[in-house]
Write a protein that binds this ligand. Sequence first.
Ligand code: 6PG
Length: 462
Amino acid sequence: MKNYDIAVYGLGVMGSSLAKNMINKGFKVAAFSKSEAEKERFALNGKEDSYVVCSTKEQMLSSLKSPRIIFLMITAGAPVDSVIEDLLPALEPGDIVIDGGNSYFKDTSRRYNDLKEKGICYMGVGVSGGEKGALLGPSMMAGGSKEGWEASKHILKTIAAYYKDEPCCTYIGPEGAGHYVKMVHNGIEYAILQLIAETYHIMKYGLNLEHDSILGTFENWKNSKLDSYLIDISVTVLEKMDEDNTPLVDKILDVAEQKGTGKWTLEEAIDRGVYIPTIFEAVFARSFSSNKEIRVQGNKHLSHSGSPYTLDDYEKKLGEALLAGVIASYAQGMALIAKASEENGWKIDLSELASVWREGCIIRSVLLSEVKESLTEEKENLMLSEAFHYITKLEPALREVVTKTSSAAIAIPALASALNYYDYFRMEQMPVNFVQALRDCFGAHTYKRVDKEGYFHTEWEK
Ligand code: 6PG
């Protein structure tokens, strides 16, 4: 019977949660997976009339209302191409294929263009919020076919998270625009995770605070401008004790992994010449952490002249430093998206994007309402907006935290990068005039002058 509203292809953790979300919101779902185990596991008690677990992809496709909407929730990369290839002979013009995984945006653009030629509406949708978000309401950044969006938005907007009465789901732009902004969302996520971790590290190893004091500080930050999902779960993590009643976090090896979205964000920033130092430091903190052995050797081999330090009013100062770092991270991510949007002709509405990050996604925070507000000001960078002018009040704390921690020989690259980011925006005079002189001296690369138009070359060594 062709009365199912949508197919969900892929019933892993994210796919089955998303399918259940759809069913709970009143949609009829044709569920399918290539994995027999995933199909057998899929069940939603009391809702049996609202879904069917299809034995074959043919059954899945023939169960759907027109236009047929197929939501793929499968591993990013080659599996998406192989599933599309497998479905293609059975697809018809007007069918809508949605990829909700963390796909590389260039792959999404390619698939969008290939399928467009065949009359199939392809969409790459960034879905954020983890397993819980998928089940209860994720933030969704739709990109690709506008026609596909018009035909599927009643479902996507209904299953999304809500900020007050606004769904955290919107159409971002054509081609891979939806996956692009999800990639940068993850870059910002990496940055904020690293900033929080460095702040924790300062309290534990710089200021030698007791675990309960650190926990209390994070709890207090929940009632400040830092109020966010990542601060909430920082408290959750710090509250968790191991079997021996000591903090579980202390038993976790300091080697962090990554799946690629942070690295893609850096590659994009380099290609587009957008400075995103906090995201850069966060990605490389994970990469550098992987070689624990070299750090153990270095600790013995390299002496230091640092000395212990104190920080009066640490909760306020560290909170302000962290907040400044978070603002700088949003600024960097938004600057990258703005440049990509301009260069790709995507016309992304950044303020609308900030709206859909206010709930459901991993980087959701009270600050995002201010980000939204700042982006309506049409300033070149969020750092220069009136909405964030209060960052000037946070700067003294950020500077004190960075300089004192650095004097204690503790590396806090993400916080330090946020300070550099701030100072770069203030530096009317940068040292690169000297770089230009050197380039011209060794390679006749020429330079511009402050007092005359044009390019100049000097015979420096005569
Ligand atoms: C989300 C998350 C999710 C995942 C990231 C990061 O928005 O729900 O960003 O997509 O956690 O891919 O993963 P890694 O840290 O493993 O790169």
